[in-house]
Design a protein around this ligand. Structure first.
Ligand code: HEC
Length: 138
């Protein structure tokens, strides 16, 4: 009988340990918001350079926007709402103004798909670390 008793205690402890708490917040992987994965640091570093050269003039070197372009840390640009493909499309075709009053974004020529993968890795990494700003901005 005492074995059954111990078994019950073990089961209860397991339920508390495994089922307890809400979304995991792993200190090694940072924010779990939108489940953004830790990005490859090599891609991030290369994407940083490309972003600074091609995007930062409007979107800001820290991604937080400028007087002529929106912040990529806006909650609008979370991966569920603007997937990785939206970034390549924006560079390829430009963007018709629809979320902000900055006007249209012109296409940014000369970027390969590899370049865009690097830019997206950089943006996702900063989003993961910094989290998102509300929309409309507060
Ligand atoms: C000349 C200024 C300018 C540059 C340079 C620029 N953007 Fe933009 N971008 C904008 C503006 C303005 C908008 C907002 C359009 C709107 O109102 O929704 C925008 C919107 C976007 C969006 C949202 C697209 C959508 O579907 O709503 C993405 C993604 C984006 N830009 C990515 C980039 C990337 C990546 C680069 C660099 C390769 C870049 N932009 C360079 C001005 C710029």
């Amino acid at each position: 009988m005492w074995i059954l008793g111990i078994g019950a205690v073990v089961v209860v402890v397991l339920i508390v340990v495994v089922g307890g708490g809400s979304a995991p917040q792993d200190p090694m992987t940072g924010s779990s918001e939108f489940g953004i994965a830790v990005q490859d640091p090599v891609l991030v570093a290369e994407g940083d350079v490309l972003y600074q050269a091609n995007c930062a003039a409007c979107h800001g070197s820290d991604l937080r926007g400028t007087g002529i372009g929106p912040s990529h840390l806006s909650i609008l640009y979370n991966p569920d709402h603007h997937g990785d493909g939206a970034f390549a499309l924006a560079a390829l075709n430009g963007v018709r103004s629809h979320h902000w009053d900055f006007g249209d974004m012109a296409p940014v020529p000369g970027l390969s798909q590899d370049d865009m993968d690097r830019i997206v890795a950089f943006v996702r990494e900063i989003q993961r670390i910094e989290g998102f700003e509300p929309y409309p901005p507060g």
